[in-house]
Design a protein around this ligand. Sequence first.
Ligand SMILES: [Zn+2]
Length: 294
Amino acid sequence: MLKGVDIGGTFIKVLWEDGRREKHFIKNIKDNRETLLKRVKEIVLDGSPTAVGIAVAGFTATSGKVYRSPNIPVIDGVDFRELFRDSGIEVVVGNDVSVAAFGEWFFDNRESEILLLVAVGTGLGGGLVIEGKPFFGVCGSAMEVGHHIVERNGYPCNCGRRGCWEAYCSSYGLQRIYRELGGETLPDYEIVKRALGGEETALRAVDTFKEYLSVGLMNMVHLFNPDRIVLGGGVVEGMGELLADVEGRVKELSESLPSSCVSLGFSEAGEFLGARGALAFIKSLKTDIKADGR
Ligand SMILES: [Zn+2]
């Protein structure tokens, strides 16, 4: 049986082909390379899968090597294909949001010709699926849209640059917006909770967040002319109804031609977005449902 594994900074999440889900807490060992890789190996091989799709947060080559993972620095340089070379199990590896985008197309949006996924959580990631094929770029690093700049000399980003889309649209971006508007230092979900409860500063922070989200999405619409945009990730999920008017705002900001072709929706994969994408990725390679099939 196939399974998808999503390696993140706090949990490793697993989704089996038959729907079984697992969540393994790894934050306590994520700074120890040897212990973490040992745990990854155990989790991937557990239950004797026939083949495994692996999604990794960070700049990950499709050959299997992680060049840089800002959220899990100890895996920088790890080659995940090499790690399983002697295990007898086939693995495919990809950036978490790129494979998650493929999962969105594979499970819920087969009719889409160009699908863009934007996932907003701890950071902001993007993935593009063109005619049923995930777009990885030449080295596997395409669609790092979180680091396209929406404000020159703006807020500092975790990548080391300033004014990136992620510096505004992420859990830490929302925290900073709220603080700059005079709010306390609070976790993102607390700010969202206050906004849902009607607190004025929190509502203004969410509005500012939404404006940056919409401007970034407008840039994506102009660049890729997608027919489907899917939003996902923890921050987006938490905001729920607060984001109901984003589609209208993106259409309003965008040129009329690409605006007329695009619709925007929300992912139904929940926190298993990356694991579901990894499962779709291996499934498309191991079954007769080809990644480019309709
Ligand atoms: Zn950045």
